[in-house]
Design a protein around this ligand. Structure first.
Ligand code: PAF
Length: 282
């Protein structure tokens, strides 16, 4: 496994692979890797001749400076895991390597990037598009793998790929959960044991709502999730939207769309830790 920190060196390695006709899989990450990331890497290793994993905490997608400073940075442990998984190249550039000058590009794909996370974290998806497009240009992957826990992020990146007419396949991968249902996230390490326990109510009520929806309207199901989670001391729903799985436009009735997903963000505990999750209804 090679660990590379410049685009120039990366290009030499990848051009050689392309010259041999190899397919390239890219797994973009911000490090602090867990089993969720491992599932993306394993899929890329299985489906592509060469797998590149980028590890880069992207400053332009954080709207909170403290959040950026506190973001866990664990490159040595990340590389040990990536080696085990059969990664070929770890690309771990510095901020100045990725942003030699300020990136002033604006990406806009409403409503995909303006609803939900887009409304509560202004500029977040613009930063995601800035870094992901830079990674796509640097790696020119055949396929790129993203976790569906960040359901909205996948939709925004798909919109960007269409807009920039990039020749690559976006491969969304299912959420990986702990045995008890908690969706894996780098932020879970910030939870105390008791916060982790109460956080389980998020997936619990999302799963229960899949049964509840069979006999109730969309509005009742939305209320079921929000009121049950808010009733748990230490949890506060920031938003719960039930949306079209492609456009992310809010859906009013179950029959309004063929693909329907519920996306939630919840504050957990005193700090608080902001947790996201989602459930597919159709
Ligand atoms: O999902 C993430 O970890 C990040 O948003 C990504 C896609 C690596 C871009 O920094």
């Amino acid at each position: 496994m090679q660990i590379i920190d410049t685009k120039k060196e990366l290009k030499v390695v990848l051009d050689a692979a392309r010259a041999e006709g190899k397919t390239i899989g890219l797994v973009p990450t911000m490090g602090a890797l867990h089993e969720g990331h491992a599932s993306l890497v394993s899929r890329s290793v299985k489906e592509c001749d060469l797998t590149v994993v980028s590890v880069f905490v992207n400053p332009t997608q954080f709207n909170d400076k403290t959040d950026l400073e506190n973001y866990p940075r664990t490159l040595d442990a990340d590389c040990a895991l990536l080696r085990e998984l059969g990664t070929d190249v770890v690309f771990a550039p510095s901020v100045s390597e990725m942003y030699p000058e300020e990136d002033t590009r604006i990406f806009s794909y409403p409503p995909t990037d303006t609803v939900m996370e887009g409304a509560f974290r202004p500029g977040h998806f613009n930063g995601v598009c800035q870094i992901v497009s830079k990674l796509f240009y640097a790696v020119e992957p055949t396929r790129a793998y993203f976790g569906e826990k960040d359901f909205q992020q996948v939709a925004v990146i798909k919109a960007m790929v269409r807009d920039l007419k990039l020749n690559l396949e976006i491969c969304p991968c299912p959420i990986v959960r702990e045995k008890d249902g908690l969706a894996l996230s780098s932020r879970n390490t910030l939870l105390t044991d008791s916060e982790r326990k109460i956080a389980l109510n998020i997936s619990k009520y999302l799963f229960e709502s899949k049964d509840f929806m069979k006999t109730h309207s969309l509005a009742e199901t939305k209320d079921f999730v929000i009121s049950n989670i808010n009733a748990v001391e230490g949890l506060e729903v920031q938003y719960y939207d039930i949306v079209d799985g492609d456009t992310l436009q809010t859906v009013a009735n179950w029959d309004d769309s063929v693909s329907v997903v519920g996306c939630i963000t919840v504050f957990c505990g005193h700090r608080p830790v902001r947790l996201i999750d989602n459930v597919r209804y159709k």
